[in-house]
Design a protein around this ligand. Structure first.
Ligand SMILES: [Zn+2]
Length: 190
């Protein structure tokens, strides 16, 4: 999937998680950090390609991408697996715990938001022709549906005119049915 779809999917998953978890109070700084972490998490698995969206959005990112991406074994290897999920989760937890001494935000929520973005990325890539090597280092790639010819080609019409609108509709539906909840979030933050 393209970066745009991953951004939206990560945000949709965050909306859903908010409905399930409903944290009572969130400060403005935590709210912004949560959004940021969700955005980064949603694009992180694609740091295995030098032209990955996260690299493109960072200063000198394409240079870092070229240097760093080969260490992840090429596109859709460890960063698109359950093992990668654990490693990113463990590494980010460690980093956030260190940062929590100087940055006063709810790092637990920030971490969960990052992980939600990360997981949504793997979930969305399951619908693409290439599939996802969830059990890396085993090379078998999983996909939904199992027949790859029935899956989405990244950046093509089905993604643009079916997947993206479906995600937007999904969010609109969440806001419509839980508007009081989102309104209370808005009041608690601002
Ligand atoms: Zn990906």
């Amino acid at each position: 999937m393209t970066g745009k779809t991953h951004d939206l999917a990560a945000f949709s998953a965050l909306n859903l998680a908010y409905i399930w978890h409903q944290p009572t109070t969130i400060s403005l700084s935590t709210f912004l950090a949560v959004l940021c972490a969700n955005f980064i998490g949603g694009l992180t698995p694609d740091i295995d390609q030098p032209a990955g969206n996260l690299w493109q959005r960072l200063p000198a990112g394409s240079l870092f991408g070229k240097l760093f991406a080969p260490f992840l074994g090429g596109h859709r290897h460890i960063s698109h697996s359950i093992l990668g999920l654990f490693l990113f989760g463990y590494g980010s937890r460690w980093l956030l715990e260190r940062a929590s001494h100087t940055i006063l935000v709810d790092m637990n929520l920030v971490w969960w938001s990052f992980m939600i973005g990360l997981t949504s990325h793997l979930f969305m890539d399951l619908f693409t022709k290439e599939g996802v090597p969830l059990l890396f280092p085993l090379s078998f790639k999983f996909g939904i549906p199992p027949l790859s010819m029935l899956r989405v080609t990244t950046g093509k019409l089905v993604e643009k005119f079916l997947v993206l609108p479906a995600l937007l509709l999904f969010d609109a539906n969440l806001y419509y049915h839980h508007y009081r909840l989102f309104l209370s979030l808005f009041h608690s933050v601002f």
